[in-house]
Unconditional design. Sequence first.
Length: 402
Amino acid sequence: MWTASPFFPTVPLTLTSTPKHHRPTTTTTTTMMSLNAPPPPPPIPGGGGEGGGPLTALTRLLWGRSLPPTPLISAVRSTWSATWHLMMRQLAPSSSGGSYSRPASPYPSAVSEAHLSSPEGLVLYAAHPCPWAHRTLLVRALKGLDLPPVSLVVPDPDTGSWVFPGGRDWATGKRSLREVYGAASGRATVPMLWDRVRGEVACNESYGIIDFFNRLGAPEGEGGAAPPELVPEGSEGEIGRWNGLIYPNVNNGVYRCGFAQSQEAYDVAVNDLFTTLDMLESHLSTSRYLCGDVLTLADVCLFTTLIRFDLVYNVLFKCTKKKLLEYPNLHGYTKDIYQIPKVAETCNFEAIMDGYYRTLFPLNPSNIRPVMPSDCEHEHLSQPHNRESLSSIGKHPQLLAT
């Protein structure tokens, strides 16, 4: 709400008079600036002095007498609203009701069994800001995999597309992920598993990739311990049920909040999100992980969203009803997983914040990145979580902190 117009501030009075010993006996000269005179336009970066070009001319017109504040604000609001909806349709397709509708991928959702014996023929394309790509980096680290090798991409600040930080991809020589995908239809997204032998996308569905990584053979862990089995025998159904709840309401739920293009769509999404978080908070009060005592792929999928919650989703995506810090069990659960060996190495908080605040222009047109919340810093996440008491197997090797 506007309480005062910034375009017509109060103008101070200026008094001038002749020196006392020369003052006329009958008159006093007092000059006051007109209260109706518009202030000068604000300085324009690179305006070029008095000439200034079209931008300066437009600015002087807007701040002049010809366009009072109310019509100006109305015109800017209408123009920005139309532009915002146009950009959002490009960024995040929506339904007729304004609900975010994640496009389906035309590529395989699972990795062929044939690749299990030859992972060296694959390349994983991933990016630190992306929670879906983070899943793949996390499982790869937990399993101790060296293959397939990784090629990291970063968001181009001008276009928002994925590009290679060194200029070209070490595996293909391409400059951008779009070039790696080639002329094929569909969006150039991460994560993506590329078949170098066939020159095609093997899979770009995150769950298909982490399931494949879990099934790959891996060397023994530290101290001769076997790497964790993230789909324990008999747990497939339970993992599937958790993912069926978490994916639409939490993983994709934060995007449904942030990319909503109507109040109604946002209200539904934010209610689904926090209703599910409340339920997870209750469940984790008596269970160390989603499926009991051991970490599973369901936990991996939940963790990569939770670790970003207070960092970006709470503010940028308007998930403001509660912070993760206000959920004692969910927050402790996040710290518990963060402290598992090799997990923290996959969490690049600076890249995450830059990737959201400096790339999603329609959501943050100022390009200003806020300060990192203290509860998201490594020092805080490394503090004791006291969740060992919920585990009947105690400090299992896969759960020990580094």
